[in-house]
Design a binder for this molecule. Sequence first.
Ligand SMILES: Nc1ncnc2c1ncn2[C@@H]1O[C@H](COP(=O)(O)OP(=O)(O)OP(=O)(O)O)[C@@H](O)[C@H]1O
Ligand SMILES: [Mg+2]
Length: 334
Amino acid sequence: MSAVIEIAGLHKTFHTLRQGRRTAVDGFDLLVESGQVHGFLGPNGSGKTTTLRALLGLVRADGGRMSVLGAESPGRLPEVAGRVGAIVESPQFFANFTARRTLRLLALAGGVPTTRVDAVLEQVGLRDRGDERVRGYSLGMKQRLAVASALLKNPELLILDEPANGLDPAGIREMRDLMRSLAAAGVTVLLSSHILAEIQLICDHVTIISRGRRVAHGRVDEVLAGFDQHEWRVGVAEPERAAELLARAGVSVTVHPDHLLVAGVDDAEVISRTLGEQGLWVRELVPLRPDLESVFLELTGDAPHPALPRQVDGTAPDDMVIDLDVRESREVGA
Ligand SMILES: Nc1ncnc2c1ncn2[C@@H]1O[C@H](COP(=O)(O)OP(=O)(O)OP(=O)(O)O)[C@@H](O)[C@H]1O
Ligand SMILES: [Mg+2]
């Protein structure tokens, strides 16, 4: 696997008259390898768009090294620009043009054969709606048109900022199928999102960003496995006695009104055997696997505070701020 995107130690601070200094990206690292559908996940305001803009030379970085398809960015970007399709700022299309006309014009301007237009309309699921004016498009249809425009030049690398924004669940599933078919055809995809379910559904790899820093990265299943506490929900008669037996067998257990919570057990047999040997029969034994949402909330400190509205950049009261260095040490994969 070769590196398609490499970012090391990226820094970007914005200076505004009203707000003063705001560090958007704070020593961020990213590695995307060939053939991946790589999710770039983080809460609102965590630095995703700024990172992608810096990578594509749309904003000047303050520090760090970046490369795209082996070419240093931004200096040598023009050498590889023809092999990269990117949608970072939501593109504005002429409302009075049809999608087909829009794509034809973009193809002509980009030196792409106009025969690609039908192919990309088909690919993004707009084949039958391509002759309608963009004015009448839903947000999700505009997103698809944006993806179509990025696919025109048949890129090796596709970079999409929040491509599933505005898509309904069926649309997200179609987007996943589209991304997978592109990956199968050898296209590497990097897509950002603040919506976990999208990433878990669409991507095979993920990099999680919080407050401008990488807090986890790796294969989606490995990132999840890294947070697996090997917990089980156990339903059994006489929970108090069951808990005592399990504790005596060296298992960590907590008693809840209608079930036990057992942690640190790899093999469910340990639980059922320990209890069964003493005549206690397990009627429920459910593994509690982490989902990306719980991992994300834990890593980004973005869990809602009971008394306070959640702030866009995940700002939490002082006692809730998570030590990112500690979290980074839990990451898996390299
Ligand atoms: N041009 C700018 N001038 C000043 N501050 C900026 C500018 N662009 C971004 N920022 C700030 O940088 C931080 C990161 O913003 P960014 O747009 O990269 O976040 P994001 O992860 O893409 O969020 P979202 O999920 O909402 O799109 C935010 O605090 C934002 O206010
Ligand atoms: Mg953004």
